[in-house]
Design a binder for this molecule. Sequence first.
Ligand code: SF4
Ligand code: SF4
Length: 300
Amino acid sequence: MPEDGIVFDLQRFSLHDGPGIRTVIFFKGCPLCCQWCQNPEGLEPRPEISFSKEKCLGCQECQKVCPVRAIVFEGTKRIDRQVCDRCGKCVEVCYAEALRIVGKSYTPAELLEEAMTDMPFFVSSGGGITLSGGEPTCQADFLTSFLPLCKEKELHIALETCGCFVYEELEPLLSCVDLILYDIKAIDPVLHQKLTGRSNKTILENLGKLLKKDECAVQVRVPLIPTLTATDENLKAILVFLKEHNITEVSLLPYHKMGESKLEGIDSPLRPLNLARMSEQDLMNISALFRNAGIKALTY
Ligand code: SF4
Ligand code: SF4
């Protein structure tokens, strides 16, 4: 039996994660822990329970059904996560939908059915599906079953990756992937470790291997996080790396705070950064830095 995939979100009609209209599939689990993570509910590989204090009615139905007494009413906290075994019973009785299971299992055929729903839009716009997360390659066994099914249906497949994967696990899947959206966050390994919890050695090596292989298109993306990745020193080091690898185009992804609002409801090691948004002028200056070095900079 092929392994199930654990997916925490499906976003339809996305326009920024590859060409055309796309359905983005968010897989659970990530080997990195970037301080600015936009999808912190994707870090943990297993399904987890999220809690929204704004939606909670205080009815205490959840407490009545919890078999391990993990429901607490302490300030804004509702779940003792040391005790909770993620059985989901509290979610079933929470009619206010304050409690929610983040992460659903799909067989390859079930997920294909979801992906095929928007096929007419993919065909008319040149779109397809984008595997995101989390880090989709954390579920390489599932992708081994799922991606050939997608290819049989002639779906365009984009893969968003942080680059921290076992190359030998991804290599057999490359023939099914049309586009890889590959994040580069920092070149200095010490800085990368500080920002993401992991060294970038494997990430940079894997990118080099993919570029040499030339089997599918690779689009490098740089998240611009003020004071963290969007510093003169780091951007110049990235420029040098891109030039060394003959990369002529890059996508710049400005920081936004969307992920930070999700932190309170889950058990996350991250804390809100509360950084100021990058100004249009700063973004234009960074684009110009790349352009002047002969690298086309796309911004979103
Ligand atoms: S069942 Fe839902 S709405 Fe009721 S107390 Fe529990 S979390 Fe709040
Ligand atoms: S998921 Fe299960 S164990 Fe966890 S709080 Fe809800 S009912 Fe209790």
